[in-house]
Design a binder for this molecule. Structure first.
Ligand SMILES: [Zn+2]
Length: 306
């Protein structure tokens, strides 16, 4: 029986200068730990260095409980320009490797998964991540078009893929499995700049149902090698409060994914992003893939002919 892998990504940044509320961050991750346990689902926490240093004990517990802990970065916290996507390769290498060192100090191991703030990246990013030993992550947000955050993704792949060495929006042969969040590219928000994605705090559970449904149908129709749903949120909401609306919304997303999986005859399989990347690597080994070779589109030429 085919599986529907399901993950919740949590970007953890409660110690950021803009927020500076480590107590809220702690309540949120403890609350999320409880919700993940109650729903029998798995989380991937992407954590900025300030948060990992403050809450290392809790992240070690979450890791022991089967969740994944990876690295998140907001470069302004390191005194650089806030957006990774405006930095050159050397600067990205320096910022990410310094943040990884702080992560390693706190967790006792190097991070292997990565997500940049704002999904801000450029054509250097995936090569740098591969070089630094990262294996997978959520770097892209397909169809997001936010130049003000250096987060421009065009029609980049919606499904898990190996990143391209020279072009962030294509699939290629970089030994890094890119796992974009689940989204509906046809449903636009923020004046068309951002797609409806499975961000818990974006809309209510009823709206998220349609995004899950459409994503599952699309993957089945396209015979995606791995069927998966990848929701996301941040550790800045009161997830510990039983009456919290975001908490209710997440419960609704899980219910939707379970129901749609059942309808399609898929087994609902709670997963970390590491496990989704592993399933993808198994189904599509890197050695058998080749970089996207865009075909020349000559349709425009016909207009020049008499
Ligand atoms: Zn962030």
């Amino acid at each position: 029986m085919t599986e529907l892998l399901f993950n919740l990504q949590i970007d953890c940044e409660s110690t950021q200068h803009a927020l500076k509320d480590a107590a809220l961050g702690e309540r949120a991750i403890r609350g999320l730990g409880d919700i993940l346990a109650a729903t029998e689902t798995k989380g991937t926490f992407f954590v900025i260095p300030g948060d990992i240093e403050t809450h290392a004990v809790i992240y070690r517990e979450l890791e022991k409980a089967g969740h994944e802990i990876g690295l998140h970065i907001h470069p302004a916290e390191e005194g650089a320009n806030e957006f990774l996507g405006v930095q050159g390769a050397d600067e990205q290498r320096r910022l990410i490797s310094q943040a990884a060192d702080r992560f390693a100090q706190a967790m006792g191991r190097r991070p292997v998964s990565f997500c940049p703030g704002y999904f801000s990246a450029n054509d250097f990013t995936f090569g740098v991540l591969e070089e630094l030993g990262f294996r997978h992550g959520a770097v892209s947000c397909p169809t997001r078009n936010l130049p003000q955050c250096a987060s421009m993704w065009g029609a980049s792949p919606l499904d898990p893929h190996y990143a391209h060495r020279y072009n962030r929006a294509l699939s290629g042969d970089v030994d890094f499995v890119e796992l974009p969040p689940t989204l509906d590219p046809d449903s636009r928000m923020w004046g068309g700049a951002h797609p409806m994605d499975l961000r818990v705090e974006l809309v209510d559970a009823k709206n998220h149902w349609y995004t899950v449904d459409k994503a599952v149908r699309r993957q089945l129709a396209g015979k995606a090698p791995v069927k998966q749903i990848h929701a996301l949120t941040h550790n800045v909401f009161e997830y510990g409060d039983r009456n919290n609306f975001r908490r209710e919304t997440y419960l609704g997303i899980v219910q939707a994914a379970r129901q749609i999986a059942g309808r399609e005859g898929l087994t609902f399989q709670p997963s970390t992003l590491k496990e989704i990347a592993g399933a993808f690597r198994k189904a599509s080994p890197l050695s058998t893939t080749s970089s996207t070779q865009p075909a020349l589109d000559t349709r425009g030429r016909s207009f020049q002919q008499p």
